[in-house]
Design a protein. Sequence first.
Length: 665
Amino acid sequence: MPSSQAQTMAPKDPVRVVVESVSPIVDGGRFALKRVVGETLEIEADVFADGHDEVRAALWVRAPGGTTTSEISMSALVNDRFVGRVPLNQVGRWSISVVGWVDRFASWLDGAHKKHEVGELTKTDLAVGAELVGMATNHALANDRAAMSRLAKRLKSGDLSVLAKPELEQLMRRWASREPIGRFGEVIHVEVERARAAHGAWYEFFPRSTSPTLQRPGTLADATKHLEYVADMGFDVVYLPPIHPIGTTFRKGPNNTTKSEPDDPGSPWGIGSDQGGHTAIHPELGTMDDFGAFVRTAASLNLEVALDLAFQCSPDHPWVSQHPEWFKHRPDGTIQYAENPPKKYQDIYPLDFETAAWPELWGALADVVRFWVAAGITIFRVDNPHTKPFRFWEWLITTIRSETPEVIFLAEAFTRPKVMYHLAKLGFSQSYTYFAWRYSAWELRDYFTELSSSPVVDFFRPNAWPNTPDILTEQLQTGGRPAFIQRLVLAATLSANYGIYGPAFELVETQAAALGSEEYLNSEKYQQRVWDYDAPYNLRGVIKRVNQIRRDHPALQQLRNLHFHQSSNEALLAYSKRDDNSGDVVLMVVNTDSFHTQAGVISLDFDQLNVDANQPFEVVDLLGAETYHWSGADNYVELRPHVSPAHILIFRQLSAGSETGVNAK
């Protein structure tokens, strides 16, 4: 090979250190990890070099908006594995590089000690060490430089006592040259969000159904009065479907009929009329001042307001006439309405994200988000994001977060798993899930094991909903009150984020539009309803209790701490969560059969429970207030769905010889 070609192929630096197998990481570093402020991120990597030299590793960390890089040393584990811990104390996007280098002085010092132990350490060996110290002295600040010069002279003179001084090793750690540095090929980005992105309880309702009578639609003023009801149940987020003007062309009638009467209110997702579009409020609901009062009242009750972000238009939306180029046209010149063959949605015009005027369209959509952020909204539930281009969402979320880092986006994407996961990688803070259709214990165990484990847990945050205005599952249609309580407990304790569509949920609404349909009969999507909030079968008390338990127990505010325990009965799902900071531990046992009593033995994994298996202990059911005496790993549980389909248990260690309580039933 010609020497010129060899020089061309030669690396820039003779790097000896390899940095690989970094975790956690999403798609090799293409996408950011997800965390929330206050967490500590642990990063592991394999860092090694040829030969027997000592290797060091570190994380180079840049905080959001920072211009300087700080260094965090990584500690050696086993088998060339290192770990470093980054306290994430600021919202925004962090950047982290994993680096490694050969520590020549540490390698020399280790060899010097070994030679000294067998009497083979020579003055020449000490001179080599003195030379290394001398080279490092050139980089040191004045105070350290003087000390290093003295130590180098003593080494050169043969003073062996220097080897025992930790001062020399500390100074060399600080100032010795590290070049050349080995680096992991990708910078690790971490999207750090506020705590609400990681845990919260959501409640959805339609403002137009808060009127006490069908003689007039509910207003934002009515909805504001309704907030105390929501807050009393212990929710954190109140979510409103679209509150914009609704089009009249092809307006949908009750139960999704294609013919509407003049008094039919239409679907809130048919956005836009001559009264405005995505930055307007339906006049029947009120004004922007009314909306501001709604947001302020919610805040006074410790509720955040989430708005629906539905990027679609009715045929009457102002954009249709002002920007026809933002829509797809058919050969006859008409605008293409939405279709999902054989279904047709003539009341909806999809936006054309591939239009030649896409920069203007994308900018207008970003301005919609900015408008509502300025109105006090920092949580958005995004309607059907999987029907819009991925690149648009990555651009929009990155743009908005660069301006307002606290904004949270929830993806309502009931679609294929890879599409759901990709949307999460692009930046959505939370995502709807398949929870509504996971009924059996084994299905729930498999699904939530996937969601709570790497790599999924590092980019996908599930928000579990038992029902939505679009989803009334067969289980809820047929299982009655026990099914609703069962699904509430599962959603609220398996996931750190969950929500319900109310008052259909707490009032145990079970009527479907037709056999085999998941649509509600007399759905609020198409008409106003009046609800009897004081009905005797209202689940408000149970919901309030579950939400209070979630607030009292930090273990339930997390996802990656989920652990399943064995059950002798496949209808019983047993799982626990533990918070290592507080020591809080909660155990759930749920009967997934809404119709029959189920009993079995739960085999506890004590490593996950902070309980001494050799001593008796009590378990206290936070739902029913019963106390049971358990002992050892295997304990009997019996759950009658019409009494209570679930236990939420905490542990109390007892002294030897204590005898209280009974087996759990």
